[in-house]
Design a binder for this molecule. Sequence first.
Ligand code: SAM
Length: 465
Amino acid sequence: MPGLALPPVFVDRMRAFLGPEEFAAYQAALAQGPQVGVRVNTLKIAVDAFRARAPFALAPVPWCPSGFRVTDRARPGKHPYHAAGLYYVQDPSAMAPAEVLAPRPGEWVLDVAAAPGGKTTHLAALMQGQGLLVANDVQPKRVHEMTNNLDRWGATHIVVTQETPARLARRWAGLFDRVLLDAPCSGEGMFRKDPAARRIWSPRHIQRCARLQRTLLRDAARLVRPGGWLVYSTCTFAPEENEGVLAHFLARHPEFTVEPIPSRPGFDRGRPEWLHPPGPPSLRHAVRLWPHKVAGEGHFVALLRRAPADAPPPRPPAPRRTLPAEARRLWRAFVETVLGGRPPAPWERLAVFGNRLYAVPPDAPDWQGLKVRRFGWWLGTLKTRRFEPAHALALALSAETVPAERRWNLTADDPRTRAYLHGEPLPHPGPEGWVLVTVDGYPLGWGKRVGGVVKSHAPRWLRRI
Ligand code: SAM
């Protein structure tokens, strides 16, 4: 096939599943370039307002009201609006799982395999920043990358953990209204984008993934409250990792049922008949997104519900926290001088972990003994007798709440915007001290003005972008 060398065993399998005609359509789709999409951060900007100022051509994604395909050759990850967290760059088919889970503001939601945070940012926006969202992953490097992405997104109600789902389930069994397991998989839906996915593919890899997925799904399910919802998704087409994992799970968990997913243009049904023996007919409710049927790379999504119980387990009371006097003093001084005396989070939610000041989500669970990498909204770091504001604080502020003399607005096409993002000091008169640098009115990060020069405090990871 022109341009894309597929593993021969993969070709044989897919032709057998799809039949020769549909396989030809699938193969033809793989010969096209991958789809690029962006999902608008509705915590910061309304969808229509973004469309009106979008620096690239957009076409709607039928299953995601905040999602768009980028239809020109623009590179959205390089634009300053990306650094300001106005959107997330994401394959349109990867926008389906969070829409299907459909979390509501105020709920407790857990993303079990969350890094680098694409679907977490989507869940955060659907929750309108209210309630509790826990983003977990086991891989330290990926968790680190995710915390950067989540800081940029500017949601204030996210706790990041770095744990195995089994350890989370031992601590937080039955507590979450909605759980997403976007499982590690053989990545057949990445073939167009990622040559490595084609190289490492093998039938044995599929079997290995399916074994891991069965364990992860069992543990993820323990975290769902009675009457709560669970989405299982992958970016692969292999039935062993999709319908097969679910059939194995359903046989052992009669308290869970597969629920219908509202139909959208291009959504195809689950394929229990591809299993040997065939899986339960309810697996037809699952959704398959194929690159020859939708403008996207491909995904599998299933929605499960846990049967309600008469008495769901009570949520443990939130632990009481006291704020050290020095932290209180430094934060108050920062709020007075830089934020015009208006604290962006209520005092009773402030807590110090190590030398970092956080605003903890309202009724956060007890995480004693778990590896927590973010305890909510990171406000800043307590240094000796001074407070250094966090990038996460800047990116979740709305610029108008900061007094005009403490703001410096640049436009997206001003060369100083890129210079700021690359860490360069820039001349700009005004009061000494912290300044919120914005692009077209949206926070980009902090600068510190000394003698009429603003020193960039844009984090180093932003410079790579
Ligand atoms: N949901 C992410 C997003 O939308 O950006 C993508 C998740 S990726 C498909 C699967 C993730 O599972 C990886 O980040 C990987 O580190 C994680 N993972 C692998 N093994 C795991 C395990 N045993 N427990 C939890 N997560 C695991």
